[in-house]
Ligand binder design. Sequence first.
Ligand SMILES: *Cc1c(COP(=O)(O)O)cnc(C)c1O
Length: 420
Amino acid sequence: MDHFQYKNGALFAEDVALSEIAKEVGTPFYVYSQATLERHYEVFAEAVKDIDATICFAVKANSNIAVIKTLADLGAGADVVSVGELKRALKAGVPADRIVYSGVGKSRSELEFAVQTGIRQINVESEEELELLSEVAAAHDVRMPIVLRVNPDVDAKTHAKISTGKSDNKFGIDWTRAVEVYQRASNMAGVAPKGLACHIGSQLTDLEPFRAAFRRMKEMVGELRGLGLDVSRVDLGGGLGIPYDERETPLPIEYGKLVVEELGDLNVEFEFEPGRMIAGNAGLLVSEVIYVKKAPSKTFAIIDSAMNDLMRPSLYDAYHAIVPLVEAEHVDDMQSYDIVGPICETGDTFAKDRQLTRLESGDLIAFRTSGAYGATMSNTYNSRALIPEVMVKGDKFAVIRRRIEIEEQMDMESLPDWQS
Ligand SMILES: *Cc1c(COP(=O)(O)O)cnc(C)c1O
């Protein structure tokens, strides 16, 4: 459920008409509903309330400080994958002891920063990282709490580019090696192994791959304990899918039940890293139609946002529902459109043969479910502006990232002295 609804034919975010934001901020822009972000967090928290759980919002889904702060105020921790995200989480007020740090390529300076900041744990993804981390932490007289991210060799049955739990993916330590590595880690000076982590992919639309991964985790916890090793934390990652179209996805409550069913008696602290499930349906991308262009076999609606603003369709062939800001009066007057942006490549296509009510130049449309992996992936390709983000709460709205225009972008560049 979200708080983007039509009222008297106009699309609103909570109590603010999106056309009003468009007038003030200009298009394109991202808009988030604070009430929806809060609701999604609460739904997830409710789903895991019967177990000892820390919910660490996966910052890469939406890293705006105001979004992180919204969740931090409800008690959320953060899952970060770079020092940049770690700094954002700290700035948003997430306590360091609720931050977990994942990622296959943490550099020495990143590890140093994490160790000195005293975050909750580092999720170690290789033996090479383990050695470097132990060295770095020991040099700072720290025994850094870690969990080993295990690659459980489970097919998440999601898009290949966001599948992370198969043995040929770059993530985690192969499950067949993990016990041995854990044993080694427990004898290293700079690290204190607390448990295991897994994250098998994103946008999972079926619970069975989770079940398979959870079973493997449980087996391994048993094996470690059998060797006399201490296991007090299990991080189950994120990945719960959300409905982008009419297809049903598992409910958080069903996911929570599965965790209890498979792992409820494990006697550990659990960590969860939901990203998309919290932020996805809490955001829209709003654009204006520039031209409606008729080609021999197609009609193109050329809009003012492009693949640089919302990469998911061109990157993952992702589907986003597209809705008009003014509810059509004649829903029987459907037309077929290819919705495209101004960028000079054919990949800049948001939707093909999409049935929509008649569009005209100047019409405003919104891409639903754009709150996760939307703004965080946006860029300035074709020297376009980095587009703004807006937060709505009740009848108020505020720009939470301003538009970065080309002048500001060019200010970052300079000529080498032999050219000037
Ligand atoms: C991307 C990622 C997440 C979040 O995934 P969602 O599908 O957005 O829930 C969680 N943990 C790790 C390690 C990730 O890389």
